[in-house]
Design a protein around this ligand. Structure first.
Ligand code: FEO
Length: 400
């Protein structure tokens, strides 16, 4: 049974949800599932904008067969060639052999890398700014490289001023019937997952996101249709502003993420003491995470949100505890920047963790280390209380 939604007079949502998948990209936990959006424009010509993941192919073909109602599919526009959106291209070509596949040079390069079927005769290669007329609806194509892959492009529908934005403005989380963000309690249901999606999937490419936001700024946009998550038709400045903050690596809030590795609870104990002291001073927004317990994507998401963080880790095998090392390496890879941090190191016979964390943090842009790193030898001792108090004072002063 088809399950479609009309998003405007001639444009239909023909996507679907996957609530069974454990991990997006086989990496990121998605406890609330994920949705794959695809849009079908029915005009003098018909155009499908992106396909979906193979996990929901059956529903997807029910949907487009229903909307086309016996008509041919004239165009398939590929804004993004990642397989979560491209799993059905071959079947589309089999069902609609005359379909023109609209993409740029890189789109077709990736299509041939991922898939073996030959559909070169179907290619319609476009360049930046090219137009495609469907009748009343005119589509214009704009490159959006590295948001999130190099071949990505955005499609702008001029009549209704709709931006089909590929992965941009998307979120983890399946839709619960309501397709528009204004029909959901977005802040409660989706915002955390939108940030986690952005930080982990697109976070590395802040500069490229900024370029695309600048490119879009002269456009009048009445609706944003991403490939994941709800469609935006109201309060567009809200999500555009979030993207502006996130892509500038600008904290949304003053607050602290305390993230630690701890084998026997001693580093954890110091982090709890620090958090209590900060709480006593009046800091309200704090999150504490154990790198061995919480998937790094959640920690990274909160690091994107807040202005300050504290890292704590024991030395392990004369190096840094694996979970902390991999978190800091990932942050560096994501170009994480513009935050203030303090360091807590722990060791029993040879302190390496403090120096390694310092070195890894120093490779990140505009990460200011506050205070003297606090080191404990296995456990914190009473004579260290003053040193810890001094660090907490300095850290607190950097927040207020
Ligand atoms: Fe949803 Fe970059 O794919």
């Amino acid at each position: 049974m088809n399950c479609i939604q009309k998003i405007s007079q001639d444009i239909y949502w023909v996507g679907g949800n996957d609530r069974r998948l454990e991990r997006f990209e086989n990496m990121f936990p998605i406890p609330n599932g994920v949705c794959y959006n695809s849009y079908l424009i029915v005009d003098e010509k018909t155009a499908l904008i992106d396909t979906v993941d193979v996990s929901i192919s059956a529903l997807f073909f029910d949907n487009i067969t229903h909307v086309l109602n016996g008509r041919n599919l004239d165009y398939l526009i590929i804004n993004h060639m990642e397989p979560d959106h491209c799993g059905n291209i071959e079947e589309i070509v089999k069902r609609y052999p005359s379909v023109r596949i609209v993409g740029n040079k890189k789109t077709f390069q990736f299509l041939e890398q991922f898939y073996d079927y030959d559909c070169k005769n179907n290619y319609l290669e476009i360049n930046e700014g090219d137009k495609l007329s469907l009748g009343e609806h005119q589509l214009k194509f704009y490159y959006a490289p590295m948001v999130h892959w190099p071949e990505v492009m955005f499609t702008y529908e001029e009549k209704e001023k709709i931006l089909f934005s590929a992965d941009a403005f998307g979120t983890f989380g399946a839709l619960s019937g309501n397709i528009f963000s204004d029909e959901t309690d977005f802040n409660t249901v989706f915002l955390e997952e939108a940030r986690r999606y952005y930080a982990n999937i697109v976070g590395k490419y802040g500069g490229q996101v900024q370029s695309v936001l600048k490119k879009l700024s002269p456009f009048e946009i009445k609706m944003i249709c991403p490939l994941h998550g709800p469609v935006w038709r109201k309060n567009l400045p809200f999500i555009l502003e979030k993207y502006d903050y996130w892509s500038k690596y600008k904290p949304e809030k003053n607050g602290v993420v305390l993230v630690y590795a701890s084998m026997y609870g001693n580093t954890e104990n110091v982090m709890n003491v620090i958090a209590s002291k900060l709480a006593f001073k009046g800091i309200t927004d704090m999150r504490i995470y154990d790198v061995s317990k919480t998937h790094p994507s959640y920690i990274i998401s909160d690091l994107w949100k807040y202005s300050h963080f504290i890292v704590g880790s024991p030395t392990y095998n004369m190096g840094l505890y694996y979970g902390m090392e991999s978190l800091l390496r990932e942050l560096e890879a994501l170009q994480f920047q513009n935050r203030k941090v303090s360091i807590v190191g722990n060791y029993t016979w040879s302190c390496k963790s403090t120096a390694i964390m310092q070195e890894m943090l120093s490779k990140m842009k505009n990460i200011e280390i506050i205070g003297k790193p606090f080191e404990l030898k296995s456990t914190m001792k009473r004579e260290q209380e003053e040193a810890l108090e001094n660090l907490v004072d300095e850290f607190y002063q950097s927040i207020i």
